[in-house]
Write a protein that binds this ligand. Structure first.
Ligand code: AHG
Ligand code: MN
Ligand code: MN
Length: 339
């Protein structure tokens, strides 16, 4: 029974998938596991505080209350820096990437990690699922030297591993090391993750579309046309609209049920809103690893060569056939000036 395989066992068992593996990636994943348990604990408490209505800016100890996304960032940064198993970290919450020295200041670690420590943070106050997203690459700079910006600006197709945590009705870790996608559910009573969703598959077709339709007026014409298609009464349409406003949660639901998530460019956000390195690349990697698709409306997300750390891109992600359909409508208009 899959239910009896723990995350720890799974990580060790699958280490052999990596040629010349030194166990470094396994140790990195174990550190993420530790940090996410700490954040999970805090996320649960934050809900409790909010339910009690104390929206003031001091916590129960009378200290200034930290925003949960800052807290999550600190936990992940601290855990990864303390364990010295990556040579560099970039986070949505940091201005620049952070160089990690490694044991004896050696700079000998071979992986870098990028993360969105808390995704969907506007949902915290209303007790709706939030997440953490991470992405791992092998460094391109020489071992023994400090990590450089080039290590972080790699296209998503070079990701070694990526995943997310969903702090939902149950807490799950979903990740891939390039050999399919597996989901693990936390048993909170004993603090252990179990393999609950082996070999996750994105349905090829779906009937859910997820987009912030409130901004409809600002969308590119291709997106408007695709939405009209989704709402048309024909075949299995109209589709259902489902939008949580937390990418991780929207993606997770669509991956299980079949659907498409879109965060397009708009006349208000001409580059889109989501960040290529911390959100789109890891989610696109998981989408493809489970049989789905992710584009910017025209081309594959994973093929974009990033030019800056906090770069934003439009994002179309989900069931293969649905994304292809959206791309088809997008292709009728030139990129950019089509609002
Ligand atoms: P974050 O909380 O990390 O800033 O990310 C929020 C993102 C994404 O998770 C979500 O789907 C989207 O922003 C929601 O944006 P809108 O409120 O504009 O729809
Ligand atoms: Mn986010
Ligand atoms: Mn965030």
């Amino acid at each position: 029974m899959n239910n009896h395989i723990t995350l720890g066992e799974y990580i060790i068992d699958n280490q052999k998938e990596f040629q010349y593996s030194s166990g470094e990636l396994s140790r990195l994943l174990s550190s993420i596991k530790l940090a996410l348990k700490v954040v999970n604990h805090e996320v649960n408490k934050a809900g409790l505080v909010d339910i009690l209505g104390d929206a003031g800016d001091t916590n129960i100890q009378g200290e200034d209350q930290q925003k949960l996304d800052v807290y999550a960032n600190e936990v992940f940064m601290r855990t990864l820096v303390n364990r010295q198993i990556a040579c560099g970290i970039a986070s949505e919450e940091e201005d620049d990437f952070v160089v990690v020295e490694g044991k004896n200041k050696s700079h000998d670690n071979k992986y870098i990690i990028l993360m969105d420590p808390l995704d969907g943070s506007s949902n915290i106050d209303v007790n709706v699922s939030v997440g953490t997203i991470f992405s791992i690459y092998r460094r391109v700079s020489p071992l023994g030297t400090p990590a450089t910006k080039e290590d972080f600006l790699q296209p998503g197709n070079l990701q070694v591993a990526a995943g997310y945590v969903i702090y939902g009705t149950s807490t799950m870790l979903v990740y891939s090391t390039g050999h399919g996608v597996n989901g693990f559910t936390l048993n909170p009573a004993i603090g252990t993750f179990y393999l609950s969703h082996p070999n996750m598959k994105f349905p090829e077709e779906g009937n859910i579309y997820s987009i912030n339709e409130g901004y409809y007026i600002h969308f590119p014409q291709g997106v408007k046309d695709f939405l009209k298609y989704c709402q048309e009464e024909k075949d299995d349409r109209p589709y259902s609209a489902r939008y949580i406003g937390s990418l991780v949660s929207d993606f997770h639901r669509n991956m299980i049920k079949g659907g498409i998530y879109i965060y397009p460019t708009s006349s208000k956000a001409p580059q889109g809103k989501l960040r290529l390195l911390y959100e789109c690349n890891p989610i696109a990697f998981l989408a493809e690893q489970s049989g789905g698709l992710a584009t910017d409306g025209y081309k594959r997300i994973l093929d974009i060569k990033p030019s800056e750390l906090h770069q934003r891109v439009p994002f179309f992600c989900g069931s293969k056939k649905m994304v292809e359909k959206a791309n088809y409508y997008m292709s009728k208009y030139p990129r950019g000036a089509n609002y």
